[in-house]
Design a protein around this ligand. Structure first.
Ligand SMILES: Nc1c(NC[C@H](O)[C@H](O)[C@H](O)CO)[nH]c(=O)[nH]c1=O
Ligand SMILES: CC(=O)[C@@H](O)COP(=O)(O)O
Length: 158
C-alpha cells in the first residue's frame, strides 16, 4: 500500500508490550537535517508515549544516511541495546548516487539486524523531492519516525 493511502503515524495497539525496561538507540543522519530532526522528535516521543524511559533512549548522529549502517552495527553490538532505529532522508539528486546510497543502507541495515538478532529499523525516507520528504516527516502522510518507533516496539513484542 502506498504511503499516500496510509498515514505513517497510524498504528494498531496489537503486539505492544511493556517496554519500560527496554533500551533503544536512535541513529540520526545529519543530511536533510530539518527532515531528520522531525523524524527523531516523532520517534523519541512515540517511544516515551508507549512506556520507554528517557534514560533508556540514546541518540547518535552520523554525517549521512550511508553511515547509518556502521553506526547501527556499533549500537547493535552493545548487548544492553534492545533495538536500533536508523533515521535518515535521501533525496534524489541529478546522479545515480541516490540509488547507491539507498541500496547500501537498506541492505546494510537489514544485515545488521540479522547479524545481531535484534530489531534494526529502516526509518529512512527516500523521496524524489523535498516536499515528499516533508509530507512524510510530520506532514500530510504522517511521520516516518512514528512508524520506526512503533515498528521497534512491536518487534520487541514478537
Ligand atoms: N545526498 C544525501 C546524502 N549523501 C551523503 C551520504 O549519505 C554519505 O554521507 C556520503 O556519501 C559519504 O559517505 N546523505 C543523505 O542522508 N541524504 C542525501 O540526500
Ligand atoms: C542522494 C545524493 O547523494 C544526492 O542528493 C546527491 O546529489 P547529486 O546526485 O545531484 O550529486
Amino acid at each position: 500500500m502506498a504511503t499516500a493511502l496510509k498515514s505513517l503515524s497510524a498504528h494498531s495497539s496489537k503486539n505492544i508490550q511493556d517496554i519500560s525496561a527496554r533500551k533503544f538507540a536512535i541513529v540520526v543522519s545529519e543530511w536533510n537535517e530539518e527532515v531528520t530532526e522531525s523524524l527523531f522528535s516523532a520517534a523519541y516521543q512515540t517511544l516515551l508515549q508507549h512506556g520507554a524511559k528517557k534514560e533508556n533512549i540514546i541518540r547518535k548522529n552520523v554525517p549521512g544516511s550511508f553511515e547509518l549502517t556502521l553506526a547501527a552495527q556499533w549500537c547493535a553490538q552493545d548487548e544492553s541495546i534492545d533495538a536500533v532505529l536508523c533515521l535518515g532522508c535521501v533525496i534524489q539528486g541529478e546522479t545515480r548516487h541516490f540509488d547507491f546510497i539507498c541500496d547500501a543502507v537498506a541492505h546494510g541495515i537489514t544485515n545488521v539486524g540479522l547479524k545481531f538478532n535484534k530489531p534494526v529499523i529502516f526509518g529512512v525516507l527516500t523521496p524524489d523531492t523535498q516536499q515528499q520528504a516533508m509530507d512524510r516527516a510530520g506532514g500530510k502522510h504522517g511521520n516516518k519516525g512514528d512508524e520506526a518507533a512503533i515498528t521497534a516496539v512491536k518487534m520487541l513484542g514478537f
